[in-house]
Design a binder for this molecule. Structure first.
Ligand code: ADP
Ligand code: ADP
Length: 228
């Protein structure tokens, strides 16, 4: 067993993919991992929301897909990720959160990793049942600028409605309405969950029960990463 300190020195180049349904806890656990491993979180959702806020041409293209709960087209995502993963800060590993989400995106990522002479170390699947997701999403509050995520009951901010670090307002995401969440879950089951088989033969997939409380899920992830 590694202790975290020696582990950090020896394995600071980990490339981890967090896979799971919308609202499964990927963003929450990514924040835990960036502190532990000191590597960046790469969240396509956060990147896209930044484009939408800045009204870039990519953001204008992506906005309607996102608000309706549909996926943004693969070529848009792959172009964005190509640029992102070649960035200097990705040399020492990263946590992919929300990408890839379709088989064509996974194939595109495989090619990109080959070009960069990199490989994923772990694919961690966070499983949560659909009805629990719908329940959770009703309470999700986000700090848009940082991507920090709260829940009104399970992970409340120190001051109601305010981000812990900046005290700025927390928002409810446009796409967290129940009917949109149901649509996103359907897309997850049809288009994203097949990725589990895609990565199975690389022997890097672990599944965890995402219905445990937040710190227990973190502990499960810690165990997986230590073992890999
Ligand atoms: P969640 O955290 O709830 O899973 P995200 O923040 O990851 O949601 O994504 C929000 C929305 O952004 C998605 O519903 C989709 O419209 C778009 N999006 C994010 N990542 C991708 C991706 N890899 N491919 C296509 N669309 C994406
Ligand atoms: P994702 O990035 O997969 O969409 P989030 O990390 O944004 O998921 O989590 C969705 C919502 O559920 C947030 O409000 C978050 O605070 C809450 N949450 C995350 N993990 C848990 C958990 N293990 N138990 C209860 N609520 C959780």
């Amino acid at each position: 067993m590694y202790c975290w300190d020696s582990y950090l020195n020896e394995r600071s180049t980990m490339k981890i993919l967090l896979l799971g349904p919308p609202g499964g806890g990927k963003g929450t656990q990514a924040k835990f991992l960036i502190e532990k491993l000191n590597i960046p979180q790469i969240s396509t959702g956060d990147m896209l929301r930044e484009h939408v806020t800045k009204q870039t041409s990519l953001g204008i293209k992506a906005k309607e897909y996102m608000n309706s709960g549909a996926l943004v087209p693969d070529e848009v995502i792959l172009g964005m990720m190509h640029e992102r993963l070649e960035n200097e800060d990705c040399k020492n590993g990263y946590i992919l959160d929300g990408f890839p989400r379709t088989i064509p995106q996974a194939v595109g990522l495989d090619k990109l990793l080959e070009k960069l002479k990199q490989a994923l170390d772990a694919v961690i699947v966070i499983d949560v049942k659909d009805d629990n997701i719908v329940d959770r999403m009703g309470g999700r509050r986000v700090h848009m600028a940082s991507g920090r995520v709260y829940h009104i009951i399970y992970n409340p901010p120190k001051i109601e409605g305010k981000d812990d670090e900046t005290q700025e307002d927390l928002l409810i995401r446009e796409d967290d309405k129940e009917e949109t969440v149901r649509k996103r879950l359907e897309i997850y089951h049809n288009e994203t969950s097949p990725l589990i088989s895609h990565y199975k033969n690389q022997n890097i997939v672990s599944r965890i029960n995402g219905e445990l409380n937040i710190s227990d899920v973190s502990q499960e992830i810690e165990k997986i990463i230590n073992l890999n």
